[in-house]
Design a protein around this ligand. Structure first.
Ligand code: NAD
Ligand code: UD1
Length: 375
């Protein structure tokens, strides 16, 4: 069984689906601070299989110990954490507590339970301002300009020290570039709270009329059209990379870094153009000043992941944007349920509570549990 922390979130839910499709048993631990149980219900629907779900927190050691005692966990995919850059500047302690403290507690619980295989969600943000592009894994890490980025780098360092100190550990540090898109079914996708910070969710929300217009942050960068360039990667390709890393860790010890990107950079104006082509609409946007902390261009050299994991991104920009748009159109309010649905769910008995863990098997095809999963 694979423990997936943060498995109800954007990337985690896509990874859980791939795990289930590949035949793994999955236990999701998520405190739902930035996600919904409905995502997991839909994952089960897509996989045609059930998963185990525990609403809980990676910072709670007793809860983790109980899970490791109860379930035959062989490895952990660790997505749980906070990820909003601006919020991390305003509330640094929350970020260090959740991301660093939570990861530390998780590793302690894993070690005591004798589980030493871990895949960690890192970020290209650890490279800071890259000296050259494309960026390979040997590039020096930079100085992240915000507590979110710092927390990722701190956890990477923690995990490297751990692997150096104890040869039983096999750890993957997966440095994601810019994940976008959604599952092609349109059933699961990114559901940001409030006004999105990231480019594609902002674009889709402008297009459906929830936001007025897009600000293109900076048109004077030293790039061909003056706007920022990033390596956008389809979330399903990213999710598949986790399964290959998990398998690789059966054969190798120590901590290993892999970039997960496509190796292709695209500018903001290019994304707008492709979006307009797919939707056959004009996207309202204006050229605005640069956003503080942004860099001009960042894209991956993903050849190490291809060579060592046999992983290569397969979906191009058109598929990423078309899939994100399908998700947005089919779910204009994300996973949020209407008050009327909530009212009807309230009448259904709550799930059992066992010990200090509230446990729910989120089963799509059984009326009661499925409705509880919506709460
Ligand atoms: P997300 O917010 O959708 O998912 C994170 C999940 O973790 C959420 O379901 C949240 O409820 C849960 N969570 C947060 N703190 C928790 C805690 N203390 N205990 C239990 N659950 C907790 O974010 P995502 O985009 O799916 O990102 C997943 C991971 O990948 C994060 O660690 C993020 O930093 C990293 N990452 C994301 C991106 C990106 O662009 N989305 C890029 C690089 C790295
Ligand atoms: C941001 C985070 C990074 C995080 C990554 C993925 C910052 C400084 N960095 O990276 O730490 O790992 O998200 O979650 O926030 N853009 C616009 N208008 C918008 C939004 C974005 O023009 O409304 C531009 C940006 O200037 C950039 C590109 O679009 O050139 C992509 O932005 P975004 O999606 O926020 O990702 P990053 O800035 O790469």
């Amino acid at each position: 069984m694979i423990l997936v922390t943060g498995g109800a979130g954007y990337i985690g839910s896509h990874a859980v689906l791939e795990l289930l499709l590949a035949g793994h048993d999955v236990l999701v631990l998520d405190n739902l601070c930035n996600s919904s149980r409905i995502a997991l219900q839909r994952v089960e629907q897509l996989a045609g299989r059930t998963l185990h779900f525990v609403k809980g927190d990676i910072r709670r050691r007793a809860q983790l110990d109980a899970l490791f005692a109860q379930y035959p966990i062989e490895a952990v995919l660790h997505f749980a954490g906070l990820k909003a850059v601006g919020e991390s500047v305003r509330h640094p302690l929350n970020y260090y507590d959740n991301n660093v403290g939570g990861s530390l507690t998780l590793c302690q619980a894993m070690a005591d339970a004798g589980v030493f295989r871990l895949v960690f969600s890192s970020s290209a943000t650890v490279y800071g301002t890259p000296a050259t592009v494309p960026i390979n894994e040997q590039a020096a890490t930079g100085l992240p300009t915000n507590p979110y980025g710092q927390s990722k780098l701190m956890v990477e360092n923690l995990l490297r020290d751990l692997a150096n100190a104890d040869p039983r550990w096999s750890i993957a540090l997966l440095r994601y570039f810019n994940p976008i898109g959604a599952h092609e079914s349109g059933l699961i996708g990114e559901d940001p709270c409030g006004i999105p910070n990231n480019l594609l969710p902002y674009i889709t929300q402008v297009a459906i009329g929830r936001l007025e217009q897009l600000n293109v942050y900076g048109a004077d960068y030293p790039t061909p059209d003056g706007t920022g360039i990033r390596d956008y990667i389809h979330v399903v390709d990213l999710a598949k990379g986790h399964l290959l890393a998990l398998e690789k860790l059966r054969q190798v010890k120590g901590a290993h870094i892999w970039n997960l990107g496509t190796g292709q950079g695209h500018s903001v104006l290019e994304l707008i153009r492709v979006f307009e082509e797919i939707t056959q609409t004009r996207l309202p946007y204006r050229l605005a000043p640069r956003r503080e902390g942004d860099i001009a261009a960042c894209w991956a050299d993903p050849t190490k992941a291809e060579r060592e994991l046999g992983w290569k991104a397969e979906r191009g920009l058109t598929a990423m944007i078309a899939d994100a748009w399908r998700w947005q159109v089919q779910n204009p309010s994300g996973y949020r349920v209407t008050d009327r649905v909530k009212e009807s769910i309230k009448r259904i008995p709550a799930s059992p509570i066992s010990g200090n863990i509230q446990r729910e098997a989120v089963m799509t095809r059984t009326g009661t549990s499925s409705a509880n999963a919506l709460l």
